[in-house]
Design a protein around this ligand. Sequence first.
Ligand code: ADP
Ligand code: MG
Length: 352
Amino acid sequence: MVFNPFNWLLGLFSLDIGIDLGTANTLVNVRGKGIVINEPSWVAIEKKTRRPLAIGAEAKEMVGRTSSSVIALRPLRDGVISEFDITEAMLEYFIGKAHEQSIVPVPRPRVVVGVPKGATEVEKRAVYDASMAAGAREAFLINEPTAAALGANLPIADVRGSMIIDIGGGTTEIAIFSMGDMVASRSMRIAGDEMDVDIVNYVRNKYNLLIGERMAEGVKIDMGSAYPLKEERITTVRGRNLVSGLPEAVEISSVELREALSSSIRAIIDMAKDLLDETPPEIVSDLMELGVCLAGGGSQLHGLDERLSSELRMRAWVAEDPMTCVARGAGLILEDLEANRQFLTGLERTRG
Ligand code: ADP
Ligand code: MG
């Protein structure tokens, strides 16, 4: 983000923050400062009291390693709030952290929070309520694909159409814009998490080896792919043999991983094709010129851009810094909340 002295000065006296409340990662973008928090959306709680013991990176470290009295969990599933009180605690902690960093005492913040396009009214209301309960003075909601497109600098206000595919942890959302409006969109609960599960299942079925989801995520990021790699690779995964019950390590290749991921990748491609199918031809021709932009952590899967380019017959490219697009887009909205009202959604003006 470009340093803007005016915003910096404003930031001394008021606090405006944009929040990407993702299923996998939560980012907080403070106007005039940029992204000050970028942490996994994990909370460790004491089982009996449900009291939060750790939030963010510290809580994620505990996953799979907690004692019986502590659980580490993600309060958001499939892009929406599944544990209200814990989401609120997490938001409160992150908003509080951003607030604390102010040099002079400032009033409670105004926040813009991204919600999945596929979220229901009830789910949106939950995000709104959690933001207010977490200490916001005013809360506004924005559809995540819109925020992602703005953050990726797509010309969504243009008459010419533009398209974004945001692949997060819990959801994949695809949207097409023209003249500031979302003209078509699709949302699906298959994204990065599902790919991890694909790998766990594949290794279990083929090798009788049970590996953890974090191990699966690690190999996915390291050498998972959607398109043949220039040089295929081999790595070792460790887990428990389901027959002997003993620890075991097996070698797995990038070709096998691609096979494991193939059905989830297929589902994402099919959703994009379906959406293009029902898009007016004029807009499709715009897209053939401009291409389709990919955002979200899952978009960084090796070769996904190439695969989509060949399947959709238009250039697909990964946005710069794809995991911060939503937070940066929410930040852009905050630069001029009044002028950008058109991009906000749903309960934006509801109070209390
Ligand atoms: P959310 O918006 O749901 O919080 P993110 O946009 O932060 O999700 O993306 C998180 C997902 O991206 C996780 O499933 C993670 O495993 C995946 N991811 C992160 N980096 C990579 C990478 N380099 N390759 C493939 N997947 C990745
Ligand atoms: Mg996201």
